[in-house]
Design a protein around this ligand. Structure first.
Ligand SMILES: Nc1nc2c(ncn2[C@@H]2O[C@H](COP(=O)(O)OP(=O)(O)O)[C@@H](O)[C@H]2O)c(=O)[nH]1
Ligand SMILES: [Mg+2]
Length: 358
């Protein structure tokens, strides 16, 4: 699952990328230090995984992961200070969701394209740029599909009204994710339209833990959510030894969980995945992301193709019942563990052991 970073130059995209993935990245107050898209994985924090493993003394815990993509800046548009452009945006079409980093920190040493800090205006500028790129892409597709529809091609005839609705939404200043009907949204996502993707706004603050006034409202109007993260401070904390960092976080009243975890957890929720677990005993408990509505046999195939091919049945228990029971055998005794067949739709938080034969 790919999360693409967007935002104006010097908003702190690369800093967030480094914070969340722990990857070395060049963070500098010059636009366009990022040339090739950088990619790195981040673990998705999940207290359920820890609880499942703790309850059964399972040493190895393998969290779900997401990939962050920090796109290359472009020379074109640099004068306007947008820090994004056609080709760079193209690198985001594959992303499953976007993280939109918005500058809300003051630091005068870090140049701002317009020499002011205005989170809502910045967010609007980037969103407009995304919408323009989408609109151009829709227009190109419309040209093709209109021709096809005139020639009586079935697919084109079916697609045309949906495409027109997407164009209407964009022309009215609405992102494609708010087009309002499922057919059109599916087409928009399939085309990789940027404004169709789920997005999480991240206000890069000095130390505030709430997004600035107006940004949450802007996010809501875009069919999205916003959170705040003092990326600079969090990066400093990440560089300290854990005890020192904990002390510092207490003094700064930054809360117990580190903010980067909240970003990854929030982004993961955006993807609207279902998480199931394996971990019926040592040595390993693991979280597995699947699309909503996946049947047990296909879910087993995520673990290993043999498990799908030779699927007999799945033993399934809700993670809370397993934790309460303390072990797989006690969950069976307590009758909270049940047998499910290959067509069972895997539910959020299921812990699964697959019986198979190949
Ligand atoms: N004071 C402060 N500076 C930051 C923060 N986040 C990033 N910066 C600085 O802003 C500059 C640009 O950050 P960078 O992550 O490269 O921005 P990008 O262009 O969006 O990738 C760097 O000098 C960072 O150190 C922050 O939260 N607070
Ligand atoms: Mg950067």
């Amino acid at each position: 699952m790919d999360l693409g970073l967007v935002g104006r130059a010097n908003a702190g995209k690369t800093a967030l990328f480094a914070l969340v993935t722990g990857a070395d990245a060049e963070i500098a107050p010059y636009p366009f230090t990022t040339r090739e898209p950088a990619r790195a994985m981040a673990d998705v924090p999940d207290p359920r995984l820890q609880a499942i493993a703790d309850a059964q003394d399972i040493p190895r815990r393998v969290p779900a992961q997401v990939q962050l993509v920090d796109i290359a800046g472009l020379a074109a548009g640099a004068g306007q200070g947008e820090g994004l452009g056609g080709a760079a945006l193209g690198q985001l079409r594959q992303a499953d969701a976007l993280l939109h980093v918005v500058r809300a920190f003051a630091n005068a040493e870090v140049p701002h394209p317009e020499e002011r800090v205005d989170p809502v205006a910045d967010a609007e500028a980037v969103d407009l740029e995304l919408a323009i790129a989408d609109r151009e892409q829709v227009e190109r597709r419309l040209d093709k599909v209109r021709k096809g529809a005139r020639a009586g091609e079935k697919g084109a005839v079916a697609e045309l009204p949906a495409l027109e609705r997407i164009a209407e939404a964009l022309d009215a200043g609405r992102p494609a994710r708010l087009v309002g009907d499922d057919d059109a949204l599916a087409i928009a996502l399939d085309m990789g339209l940027l404004t169709a993707k789920p997005v999480l706004y991240i206000a890069n603050t000095d130390d505030q833990l709430e997004p600035p006034e107006g940004l949450a409202a802007h996010a809501a109007a875009q069919g999205a959510q916003a959170l705040a993260l003092p990326v600079g401070t969090e990066l400093e904390l990440a560089g300290m030894d854990p005890e020192e960092a904990a002390e510092f976080a207490r003094e700064m009243e930054l809360g117990e969980t580190r903010g980067a975890d909240a970003v990854v957890a929030g982004a993961y929720r955006l993807l609207d995945l279902v998480t199931f677990f394996t971990g019926s005993g040592p040595p390993e408990a693991r979280a597995w992301p699947i699309t909503r509505g996946t049947a047990a046999a296909q879910a087993a195939g995520k673990i290993h193709s043999d498990l799908e091919r030779g699927f007999i049945r799945a033993e399934v228990v809700g993670w809370e019942d397993l934790v309460a029971a303390g072990s797989w055998s006690r969950a069976r005794e307590a009758a909270t563990l049940r047998m499910e067949g290959k067509d069972y739709i895997v539910q959020e938080g299921d812990v699964i052991q697959v019986r198979f034969n190949v």
